[in-house]
Design a protein around this ligand. Structure first.
Ligand code: AMP
Length: 509
């Protein structure tokens, strides 16, 4: 594909820009940064990095709070020919030490208050350059302030790395997914078309930018469309509600939408002008989809992707956006369902592992050639580890991660199906279904339920409601009630944590 041009991804952003005076970012204080400003500021960051000796292909790690400067650091990395390596601010020193030791970045950028600890970590790995960055200050910000606002973008071909994103890896070592310029460009082009983004769009951006969703899906798509973003440092319901009147579109994780629905200020009138609400990174329950539509008249457009592959499927812009499904393969992406063990293809309606091939699929895991090889089939399809099926209308449905599959008494139980049934019961706000050790069945199906308020339904109410709805072996044998489910910043329920916490549910005695 688009290989030998000067700097594939940033070159495409530059070519999509129509007008340097057009807004790129709208900030909380009412000011805007134009596309011209974006060019200047990203060049300053590129120059600051080049002055630190960054060479093409070098990694630049960054563990900083979301800010305009953090976004320009990403763009500066691209222009300097580096691979951007964003890290969740929640990572501990031990975790950061692992990432830094594994990726060997040329520069590590951190919050000013973390500089001592990060300097120690970097020093242990023989890394000399530790810089700081936060909104409005830090050593790298100062270096950028003093640098030229023009730069010759470093040449990078389509196959060169644009970023390394470590997977959240709840089991085993976290892996660095190597994403190339072509991966990102092909995907952003597909999304821009699929979701009809144009220069008139104002995207409400309240996602973190250490993750593929806020960093690549949102930002790259807007840059290719020549649109703008209301750039919020974090998601908070009132802030989003006051910004929505100025937005045309919003991307979020499901919890954004459930939290908005919990506010009475989130009304049909408030969002009547919005063009599209998009959800991904975790399953959007059919109940939330329906409630959202009832409240606002908008059908949330749900899509599916992962760090390694960028976006894979999406509900259609025109045409039915079906609740509980993740839609159809994006153009250029070939998706199939296979037997996890044998790789044999499954027929429509049968559950198997989701596999795909396309220009969006990453180059492999950083310094893990064997792990990379084991996650691809011989014919080049990447094995996602998500279990799903293709329904009678060709839409994909995800039934859970392979590792979350519950095997009870020899039967497979797909958590999503049971969760969907429990979500429908009155008084249930949300739930997670897990398998925990059971002396007779191997694993026992267990539900962790959050009520919408009050103390009903109780376990017996739930049992009664599910009777006849689900085959007996799928019905949870035990129920636990919590005030909220443990989630990470991307809204993903931490099932590992629940499995640990409730491991003793069926212990004898
Ligand atoms: P990440 O690499 O952090 O983006 O996580 C990717 C994983 O998130 C996928 O492999 C899925 O398990 C899950 N995921 C992403 N989008 C969806 C969705 N729309 N519905 C259900 N699961 C999703």
């Amino acid at each position: 594909m688009m290989t030998n041009s000067e700097n594939v991804l940033f070159g495409a952003f530059r070519n999509s820009m129509r007008n340097e005076d057009a807004a790129f970012l709208h900030l909380a204080d009412g000011t805007a940064i134009t596309y011209g400003g974006m060019l200047t500021r990203s060049a300053q960051y590129a120059n600051a990095l080049l002055a630190l000796g960054v060479q093409p292909g070098d990694r630049v790690a960054s563990q900083v709070d979301k800010s305009v400067d953090a976004l320009f650091l990403y763009l500066g990395c691209l222009r300097a020919g580096a691979a951007f390596l964003p890290l969740n601010v929640g990572y501990t020193d031990k975790e950061v030490a692992y990432f830094v030791g594994d990726a060997e970045p040329h520069v590590v950028v951190c919050r000013p208050d973390r500089v001592e600890a990060v300097r120690q970590i970097a020093g242990d790995c023989g890394i000399r350059h530790v810089e700081t960055l936060q909104a409005g200050g830090g050593t790298l910000v100062e270096k950028a302030n003093g640098a030229s606002g023009e730069v010759d973008d470093v040449r990078r071909g389509g196959d060169d790395l644009a970023g390394i994103l470590y997977t959240s890896g709840t089991t085993g070592r976290s892996k660095g997914a190597m994403v190339t310029h072509d991966n990102l460009l092909s995907n952003a082009l597909a999304l821009k078309e699929a979701w009809r983004f144009s220069e008139g769009d104002v995207l409400l951006h309240a996602l973190p930018i250490f993750h593929t969703h806020g960093l690549f899906v949102a930002t790259n798509t807007i840059l290719l469309a020549g649109g703008s973003m209301i750039f919020m440092e974090k998601f908070d319901v009132d802030g989003v509600i006051s910004a929505l009147p100025r937005a045309t579109s919003m991307m979020g994780v499901p919890t954004f939408y459930t939290r908005l629905l919990a506010s009475e200020k989130f009304t049909r009138e408030l969002v009547a002008h919005i063009r599209v609400f998009i959800s991904g990174s975790a399953p959007l329950s059919a109940t939330t989809h329906r409630e959202f539509q009832e409240r606002t008249g908008h059908a949330i457009l749900e899509r599916y992707g992962m760090t390694e592959t960028n976006m894979i499927t999406s509900n259609p812009y025109d045409g039915a956006r079906r609740a509980g499904t993740v839609g159809l393969p994006l153009p250029g992406v070939s998706v199939r369902i296979a037997d996890p063990d044998t790789g044999e293809l499954k027929a429509a309606g049968e559950v198997g592992v989701i596999e795909l091939k396309g220009p969006n699929v990453f180059k492999g895991y950083w310094r893990m050639p064997e792990k990379t090889a084991s996650e691809f089939r011989d014919d080049g399809y990447f094995i996602t580890g998500d279990l799903g099926l293709i329904d009678d209308e060709g839409y994909f449905r995800i039934v859970g991660r392979e590792k979350d599959l519950i095997i009870t008494g020899g039967f497979n139980v797909y958590p999503a199906e049971v969760e969907g049934a429990i979500d429908e019961i009155e008084g249930v706000a949300e739930c997670a279904v897990i398998g925990v050790p059971h002396p007779d069945f191997g694993e026992g199906v267990t539900a962790v339920v959050v009520r919408s308020g009050g103390d009903r339904p109780c376990a017996n109410d739930l049992r009664r409601a599910l009777d006849g709805e689900l085959a007996k072996f799928k019905v949870p044998k035990e129920y636990h009630f919590l005030d909220e489910l443990p989630r990470n910043k991307m809204g993903k329920i931490q099932k590992n944590e629940l499995r640990e916490r409730f491991a003793g549910t069926f212990k004898k005695g």
